[in-house]
Every structure is written in C-alpha cells, then in structure tokens.
Design a protein around this ligand. Structure first.
Ligand code: GLY
Length: 372
C-alpha cells in the first residue's frame, strides 16, 4: 500500500500529513529534509517508548539522524504544569536549539503537551507529530492545537503551534486495545457525520472490517478524516467559525467526561460517540433532521460494538441540571450561552447558539431514564 500525503494549506505554516504503513522505518528519510542538523529530540511516554522507540531510532539512524529521547509517565495526568515543566527542562538539558526539531511520539497527551513545550521553548521550536493512537492520527495531531490541563479544566492553557510534519503510521494502530481503537473511531465517525455523508455510508459498510484490522481500510479512513480536518483548519485555523464543527458531540462529551471524573469509565472518543448520538437526538427533536437519523447513527455505533447511549456508561451519573451545569463550564460557552453543533442530516452539521433549554432537558431526561 502506498503512502498518502495530505497537505495542510496554511501558507508559511503549511505542512504535510503522511499516512501509511512502515513509516517509523522511513522516519529518517521523511524528517531529514526539515532538519538544520542531523539530530532530533524525542518526547514520548513510557508505554509508547517500550513499543516503538527502537523502531523509530532505527528509522532515523538509517538517514544518519541521532535522537535523544525522554519518556514521560503515561496517562492524562501528565498533561499538566508538572509534565510541561519536566518536558521543557529536559529539552533545555538536551540543549535543543531554536533551529532544532522536537518529535512528539505518542497519543493526544504527548502530542498536545509536546507541541506546547515546543511552542514555548526558546519562543518556538519546530516539531513533528508522530501520533500512535487512532484518535491522535485523525484529530489531535493535525491542526496545531497544543496545550495542557489545569485544575480549572482541560486544554485551558495552550497555543496554536502547527507541526512541521505529521507521520501517521497505520502499523502503530496494531498495538492498541480494541477499546482504545474504537474510542478513536468515535472521532472518525464524527467526520462523516459533520460533513461527508458518503464517508459515513462507507464507514457503515467498511467499519467492522476496519476494526478487525484491515490496513487498507484503516489507511483510507485515516486519510479521509485527515483530509476533512486539513480543509477545515486551512479555512479557519484559530476557530473563529467553521472549525467549531469539529466539536460535534463535544459539548455533551465534556459534561460526561467531567461527570465521570475523567476516569476510564468513559474515554474521550467514547464520549464523542455518545455525544454525537445525543446531538442527533437533539437535532431531531428540534425538527432539523429526520426522526430516524439518530437511530441510524446509533445503529452504526452499535454495529461497531461501541457505546452510544448514557445507559452504556457504567456507574452513577448526575441528574439533568447537574449535567447542564457541567456543559456551562465548557470553554465553548459564549456570552453564557451553550453552543451545540447540530445537524440537518448525516454530513450536514452547523453551529447553533440558541438551543431551547426545555428540549435539551427533555433529551437528557429521556437518555437518563433509559439507564433504568
Ligand atoms: N479537536 C478539535 C480541533 O482540533 O479543533
């Protein structure tokens, strides 16, 4: 299978996302043209390092590139002030210079944290994203959102800092658990739902085989997702308009993540999938889309073995008012109004700032009641 290259057309900050198999082995040849000197600094985390660091080093060394590396602790807890300090101080200890290149090798935590460390190191050093999860390959590694969490919430401190290259190696997805793979698939489905009905139909047909491990199908799904994200980011880099569509399902998701304590009761991508189903439910109640569209969305998620209802979240959940309160803390609140991405059909999402509270309450009440 050949490599795909998706260009993110951002003028002076433009870059390519290279998608394919065996990319770690080719990393040296792919990265070398960007380097001022043949050395890189790799930020990663311990689990990813054990699986992939040797392969990456070998690929870099084939092109005569040496790599210093530092592995942070795995998990969302690393993506905070302490993890940032550790990363930046290691980069300074490693004498990374302004013209050098940082490689962020890992899932969303390392991509966001490593990108932010690169953004503030010496007022901005270039970096390459090497996403190792499906979620990071189709979403967080592309588009330049970098940052950390604070006690006030997730991703509240950060910077737009575009990578110089993204290497999405499809082979790395083999090491994901089924649960992690399917959580990432929640973001893939999101692209079909928000803007490409034909892609959603393709996923309905090919999703199960893709989840079982078909690499050509996986590469096609990652490529189409990245193409969609690249187009949106190129048109609206800093989210003044269209980029908000990428938040389909996320207002519900962020409230559910907060309600479950950001624990493994609910992974982010699982929350996105449930959030997308609820966004379609809300759209149908508002008469925006056909009554059967939410069932179609849920049927696909169910066929994939994914969570798609509040009933699929284990343990207690707070009531309707508490959930709405958590939504109101989301950073997408503007002038105190909740912002939802709703849809007129599959592939037809839009931003809505004036959702009637009673309909929102009714959707949540019914979803909670279905938990029994
Ligand atoms: N993950 C949403 C965005 O990049 O805008």
């Amino acid at each position: 299978m050949s490599l795909d290259r998706v260009h993110v057309a951002l003028g002076a900050r433009a870059y390519d996302v290279v998608i394919g198999q065996g990319l770690l082995a080719q990393a040296g040849a792919l990265v070398a043209p960007l380097l001022a000197r043949p050395q890189v600094a790799v930020l990663t985390e311990a689990r990813v390092a054990a699986l992939h660091l040797d392969g990456l080093r070998a690929g870099l060394s084939d092109a005569g590139i040496t790599a210093q590396s530092h592995a942070l602790a795995p998990g969302e807890g690393t993506k905070g002030w302490d993890g940032l300090r550790e990363a930046v101080e290691w980069l300074l200890d490693a004498q990374v210079e302004r013209r050098d290149m940082v490689l962020a090798v890992g899932g969303g935590v390392i991509g966001d944290l490593g990108g932010f460390a690169a953004a503030i190191l010496r007022r901005g050093v270039r970096f390459v994203q090497v996403p190792t999860t499906l979620l990071a390959q189709v979403d967080s590694s592309v588009g330049g959102k970098t940052g950390i969490n604070t006690r006030h919430g997730k991703n509240l401190v950060g910077a737009f800092h575009q990578p110089s290259l993204v290497l999405a190696d499809i082979d790395l997805l083999d090491s994901l658990s089924t649960r992690d793979f399917l959580a990432g698939y929640g973001e893939v489905v999101k692209y079909g739902l928000l803007g490409d009905a034909a892609f959603f139909e393709w996923l309905e047909v090919n999703g199960p085989a893709l989840a079982r491990g078909d690499k050509a199908l996986r590469q096609n799904a990652v490529r189409r997702s990245v193409e969609m994200k690249a187009g949106i980011v190129a048109r609206d880099e800093t989210e003044t308009g269209e980029r908000a569509l990428l938040n389909l399902g996320h207002t519900f998701c962020h409230a559910l993540e907060a309600a479950t304590g950001y624990s493994d009761r609910l992974l982010h991508g699982e929350g996105v999938a449930i959030g997308c189903a609820l966004a379609y439910e809300l759209s149908a109640r508002l008469g925006l889309c056909a009554q059967e569209t939410p069932s179609r969305v849920r049927a696909h998620l169910r066929a994939m073995g994914m969570a798609c209802d509040l009933a699929d979240i284990p343990g207690d959940l707070p009531g309707v008012e508490a959930l709405i309160g958590l939504m109101a803390q989301d950073k997408k609140v503007q002038d105190g109004r909740l912002r939802f991405i709703l849809a007129r059909g599959v592939g037809e999402a839009f931003v809505c700032d004036d959702v009637p509270g009673d309909l929102l309450r009714a959707v949540l009440e019914d979803a909670l009641a279905a938990r029994g």
